[in-house]
Design a protein around this ligand. Structure first.
Ligand SMILES: [Zn+2]
Length: 488
């Protein structure tokens, strides 16, 4: 279809409110739409892979349209007969992050496999993918009619027989958030460790607010799919492991970013049970993970910061929360367009301070924007980054000069002591800060030191705080609206 005509049709499609009756349009099964997403910075192409008819629909039968507007991308189903939008869901993607990196800017096209899950339609629908531009306007970029009677839709039973653990059972899938935890890098002989780790992290999630008080609105399952080898890929170390979900460190060439590009296997394994959100638990002691909105969260099981990491990454993948930090090195370049209000609920460009999107949660009497001694924090952060660089450069130099193991160990300990000392100062800055826990508009967030504001001094989406297992009010509200969407 020609783009102009297509946009006209889209404009005619009617967005209803919540009066849609599930049974009028859908049966209680899942349509999995697999496609390839190919892009560099300038170009973006979508091509269909396969359609699948799978088990029971996990999501709500009441909320067919998402009641919020999150994610750079959005999938729509439009009923052909009535030209009415009958399903919508926003999401982010690995490919989108790739588009912000240097190779993409240099014109290296890459392909990622992605899936959209919808309830299974009764009658022909138009499937539309929309992408948001830098001004936050959504445009259709892919469209195709799907006839549920099409015999090309793959409806075979899942070809796997993995063991499923029911970790928390609160009620029917339509009325609960269905979390699914998948094990990665656990061999056949490590099933006991997998089961123990899965239970431990399931318990840990519900120690954190707002998950703690919303626990009864969740079901949690875990699937054990054994890997040939233990661990995960670590490309910078030249170490590759044969694992079931093909996860790898150094995603987007970032030190700690740990993702999978094997979406096909991921979805095949996950499709054995109904799920709203995916968590991938990786059998490794190295610090790393990632979280992409409405795709998945990854986290390693055995680092001492793994609990915090999981909770942080779930903030991204489950609730579409943005990173509130800006000093750590990331591979993104200008992730949020300057002068445009970002979609995530927890950062703002503060273009209209009177109508700040979390103004109903502001601490009484707080100044907007909120002065938080950013210069002090910035100089500590700069010192920390420098200490890290000194460590890498110093140790590399010693290795080249043929230093002994003992000398290297001593030097490493000295460098680390300096890093720990600065980290302790940063922690003190946050813990002793008079504005700790107050809701205002703190400049710096979303990978930008200026022009974007976060709601609190510190938070789970910012830096590590180990003494309070809670999201502050703005992030909490963002998480609860997602819980409501899935479980009402
Ligand atoms: Zn993050």
């Amino acid at each position: 279809m020609k783009p102009v005509l297509f946009i006209l049709i889209m404009m005619g499609a009617v967005f209803g409110q919540d009066q849609l009756r599930f049974g009028d349009y859908f049966i209680d099964q899942t349509l999995r739409i697999d496609y390839y997403h190919t892009a560099d910075k300038e170009t973006e192409i979508f091509t269909l892979d396969q359609l699948y008819r799978q088990g029971p629909w996990a999501g709500s039968t009441r909320h067919l349209m998402e009641p919020y507007d999150l994610g750079t991308y959005r999938a729509l189903l439009i009923d052909i007969a009535s030209n009415r939008v009958i399903f919508s869901k926003g999401f982010n993607s690995y490919c989108e992050e790739y588009r912000t990196t240097a190779p993409a800017r240099e014109g290296v096209m890459r392909t990622f496999h992605e899936s959209v899950l919808t309830p299974f339609p009764k009658k022909p629908v138009r499937f539309v993918l929309e992408v948001s531009d830098r001004e936050n306007l959504r445009h259709p970029v892919y469209s195709r009619v799907i006839d549920p009677a099409d015999y090309h839709i793959i409806s075979e039973a899942p070809g796997r027989n993995d063991r499923v653990y029911r970790l928390l059972e609160s009620g029917p899938a339509h009325q609960k958030v269905d979390l699914l935890l998948l094990g990665e890098g656990y061999t056949k002989n490590e099933e006991e460790k997998f089961a123990k780790d899965a239970r431990r992290y399931c318990d840990l999630i519900f120690q954190w607010e707002p998950y703690k008080s919303q626990r009864k609105r969740f079901n949690v399952s875990a699937i054990f799919s054994p890997s040939q080898e233990s661990g995960t890929d670590e490309p910078r170390k030249g170490s590759y492991k044969n694992t079931v979900l093909n996860t790898s460190f150094n995603a987007l060439d970032s030190e700690r970013y740990l993702l999978t590009e094997d979406n096909q296997t991921l979805r095949d394994i996950a499709g054995q049970v109904p799920y709203d959100a995916l968590l991938i638990m990786i059998n490794s002691a190295r610090y790393g993970g990632g979280g992409i909105y409405n795709a998945y969260t990854t986290f390693t099981a055995d680092d001492k910061r793994s609990e915090f990491l999981l909770i942080h990454e779930m903030g991204h993948s489950f609730a579409g929360l943005a990173d509130e930090y800006y000093t750590s090195s990331v591979s993104y370049e200008e992730f949020f367009a300057p002068g445009v209000e970002p979609r995530p609920v927890n950062i703002t460009a503060l273009l209209d301070p009177e109508n700040l999107k979390w103004r109903h949660l502001l601490s009484p009497g707080i100044a907007i924007p909120t002065d938080w001694q950013q210069d002090v924090f910035d100089s500590l952060s700069a010192a920390l980054a420098q200490a890290g660089r000194d460590k890498s450069a110093g140790l590399a130099e010693m290795k080249t000069a043929g230093a002994s193991e003992t000398a290297l160990k001593t030097a490493e300990a000295q460098y680390q002591e300096k890093i720990d000392q600065i980290n302790a100062e940063i922690t003190r800055f946050f813990v002793e800060h008079p504005l700790r826990g107050k809701v205002g508009a703190f400049e710096g967030g979303g990978y930008a030191g200026s022009g974007l504001y976060r709601p609190t001094l510190n938070s789970v989406m910012h830096k590590f705080m180990d003494d309070e297992k809670t999201f502050y009010p703005v992030n909490s509200e963002g998480i609860i609206q997602v819980i409501n969407y899935y479980s009402e």
